[in-house]
Design a protein around this ligand. Structure first.
Ligand SMILES: [Fe+2]
Length: 302
């Protein structure tokens, strides 16, 4: 079986032999062709009259030269111009590739996100890379991570197995955030033979104390088969749409479900999931057929 790393290396190697294609896939598409991906839906259990615009940023993966604090600041400004009711950040702020000219730490990327503005607030979750780069948290097996503290200092609350009730035009709804499903890496020094998630779906939904709609933020989409229909909409990132996607197919997806949750709007048994293709990248600075995207989701309008 070809691994994601192996596949991306292969693709990267082939691209390097074709200069124009590589300039596109390594430079133009990942850096300059960021677009706004719009969705319109009325999930089940939505009260009539609740209309909500949610803007989501996923997988920023800050590092130079690909995702500088300046670029993050301009992405935040662009998100604000979409006039969201609320903004959600779906995790993986930390670099995902070693092919960088310099690191961008949380003391740089978090302030770059502090300019995000929405009437119902900016809410965040963490991704696997935010946990993996924090060696103290890996050793301790728990947070708060450096990334969480940096987001909070920037005025952005972090939801880890937590939920918050918000109100728009007299209608309540909940934003729930799941802790990361791959938070703790395996390692002898840490006494772990495999990945350990810190996600607690049951506990997260236990804090939802009424029947108002729930929007669940979960970095990895792999939780989706377990998400009950009580949740109106699940928002995820992590896959980057495979980074390379042709004709609606991603050859390599970091999900045990392969292409099932690789990208876009998935409806299963009347439950809704939207997976963002994200903004940055992992392993190799390559995107092809999967432009960086900001999500703008209209709920209650379709
Ligand atoms: Fe991730």
């Amino acid at each position: 079986m070809i691994t994601r790393r192996g596949f991306l290396r292969l693709i990267g190697g082939s691209f390097l032999s074709a200069v124009s294609l590589s300039a596109y896939a390594v430079g133009l598409e990942p850096m300059l062709l960021t677009h706004v991906k719009r969705y319109s839906l009325t999930p089940p259990n939505s009260p009539a009259g609740l209309r909500l615009r949610v803007v989501a940023l996923a997988d920023i993966h800050a590092c130079r030269p690909w995702m500088t604090p300046e670029r993050i600041r301009s992405l935040a400004e662009r998100a604000n111009t979409l006039q969201p009711d609320l903004i959600v950040l779906l995790g993986d702020y930390a670099a995902g590739t070693r092919l960088v000219t310099d690191w961008v730490g949380s003391s740089e990327w978090a302030p770059a996100l502090s300019g995000l503005r929405a009437p119902l607030g900016v809410w965040s979750i963490l991704g696997n890379h935010d946990w993996w780069e924090d060696l103290s948290a890996q050793k301790a097996g728990l947070g708060p991570t450096v990334a969480r503290r940096a987001l909070e200092r920037a005025g952005i609350p972090v939801l880890e197995n937590d939920a918050v009730r918000l109100e728009k035009d007299g209608h309540n709804f909940w934003v729930a955030g799941l802790a990361d499903q791959l938070a703790l890496r395996p390692g002898k020094a840490w006494g772990r033979s495999g990945f350990k998630g810190l996600d607690d779906l049951h506990g997260t939904l236990a804090s939802v104390s009424d029947t108002a709609p729930v929007i669940l933020l979960a970095h990895e989409p792999d939780i989706f088969p377990k998400v009950p229909s009580r949740v109106s909409l699940t928002l995820s990132g992590h896959t980057h749409g495979g980074q390379v996607r042709l004709f609606g197919y991603s050859p390599v997806v970091p999900s045990r479900f392969g292409n099932r949750f690789a990208y876009g709007h998935v409806v299963e048994e009347n439950r809704n999931l939207i997976v963002s293709g994200g903004l940055g990248f992992s392993i190799l600075p390559v995107r092809f057929g999967m432009r960086p995207e900001i999500l703008s989701i209209e709920l209650g309008s379709a």
